[in-house]
Design a protein around this ligand. Structure first.
Ligand code: ARG
Length: 400
């Protein structure tokens, strides 16, 4: 039986060239699958036509924007997911969704193999292949850039020699991956980690140093899901999309960092994730108000582990699944409003209100109306510090 290769297709040069190349190399057929995760740019129909023009036997385009928002960005928000305390995982979140649609296409069109355009140096190859082995381990994997050493120059030459309908002229010096949750920029002059990013690296965010009026926004959450902006109910996709524009206009969410890849390399990454950073800031504060202390303390460790698992490509793993259940339970009371000021590159919380608040004004106040019985504190502190008091006494006793 000849191979039917399901290709993760972006519409760009490398994956367009992969269509005739994979067909030739395997003597089979290629099914191109393009998934819209809110990356913007070209419309899906143009991408589908290009795949067919490059020789794909079938071309499938999937508008997965709402699915990406609801099933991938929202869980990441509930986990306050920031890898190495900074990176909101935008690329790591889209790969398992793309994998789901590749597997679905393979099942629909009788695919026997899956191909992706990742190199051997990054995390994305791991995310694709770990996802595939969880969802359909019977599918073979082909990665032309990694396995057959495809380079950009080779791809241009190939495209020109075959007369493929691709624009080879627009050569960006950067490697860019973008979606609804943010934008990642790497390579080029950024590989010198002493070089500061120049303004033209950015696309989702305006320069935060430029003078402008601040923007104020109220974000409403229901059980950890953002449901409204300024009182207007929106779908997760609409809400994130609008907040990207508003927070982006204030320069919120720029990140410049050196990151530990799973393959062991440290890499320079520039990200911009205006909505993700504003939402995580708001969500964390609403958790501060509504989540009981021990649950909140424990959850910080869970959040970090969740982020590492997702970064490492283990979206479909048992531990990630079990942590999802914990996080879902923790979100039961995370409902209410957070008011924020977006300005000068920062999203700053200025107000919080919630029917499930654990904040009690009468317990916290230093004014009249205080209901906290301070006389109870003396005994509490005495017993609470008893173990360290005893061990300090022992240390004094046994010191020579
Ligand atoms: N370093 C980030 C990650 O591993 C971003 C990767 C972006 N991918 C790309 N092909 N440019 O999640």
């Amino acid at each position: 039986m000849s191979e039917r290769v399901v290709l993760a297709y972006s519409g760009g040069l490398d994956t367009s060239v992969a269509i005739p190349y994979l067909a030739e190399r395997t003597g089979g057929e290629v099914v191109a699958v393009a998934v819209d995760v809110g990356q913007g740019g070209e419309d899906l129909e143009a991408i589908r036509k290009r795949a067919l023009a490059c020789g794909a036997a079938e071309a499938v385009v999937v508008d997965a924007r709402e699915e990406f928002a609801a099933d991938f960005c929202v869980p990441a928000l509930q986990a306050n997911a920031l890898y190495m305390d900074r990176y909101p995982l935008l690329s790591a979140l889209s790969r398992p969704l793309i994998v789901k649609h590749l597997v679905a296409a393979a099942e629909r069109f009788g695919g026997t193999a899956v191909a992706h355009g990742c190199t051997g140096k990054g995390n994305d190859q791991v995310r694709f292949e770990a996802g595939l082995s969880a969802l359909n381990p019977g599918l073979k994997v082909i990665a032309p850039a990694r396995d057959f050493a495809w380079t950009r120059d080779k791809a241009i030459e190939y495209a020109e020699s075959r007369g493929l309908p691709i624009d080879v002229s627009s050569k960006s010096p950067y490697s860019i991956d973008q979606n609804l949750w943010g934008r990642a920029v790497e390579t080029g002059f950024l590989e010198d980690i002493w070089n500061g990013p120049v303004e033209d690296v950015y696309d989702y965010t305006a320069d935060p140093a430029v003078q402008r009026d601040p923007d104020e926004v109220v974000i409403t959450f229901r059980s950890g899901v953002p449901v409204a902006l300024d009182g207007r109910e929106l779908t997760p996709f609409q809400l994130i999309d609008e907040l990207n524009r508003r927070a982006g206009a204030q320069g919120v969410g720029r990140i410049d960092m050196v990151e530990d890849r799973l393959v062991g390399i440290k890499s320079r990454e520039v990200y911009e994730a205006p909505a993700a950073i504003a939402l995580i800031t708001a969500h964390m504060e609403l958790e501060n108000v509504t989540v009981e202390r021990d649950l909140a303390r424990f959850k910080r460790g869970v959040d970090q582990r969740w982020g590492e698992l997702v970064y490492d490509g283990l979206w479909f793993s048992p531990l990630k699944h079990a942590l999802d259940a914990f996080i879902a339970e923790s979100q039961k009371h995370v409902s209410g409003d957070i008011r924020m000021t977006l300005h000068g590159g920062r999203a700053v919380v200025t107000g919080r209100r919630s029917d499930s608040s654990l904040y009690s004004h009468s317990l916290a106040t230093y004014d009249t109306g205080d209901t906290f019985d301070q006389s109870l504190a003396r005994g509490f502190v005495e017993l609470f510090s008893l173990p360290s008091k005893m061990s300090a006494a022992r240390d004094r006793r046994t010191r020579d």
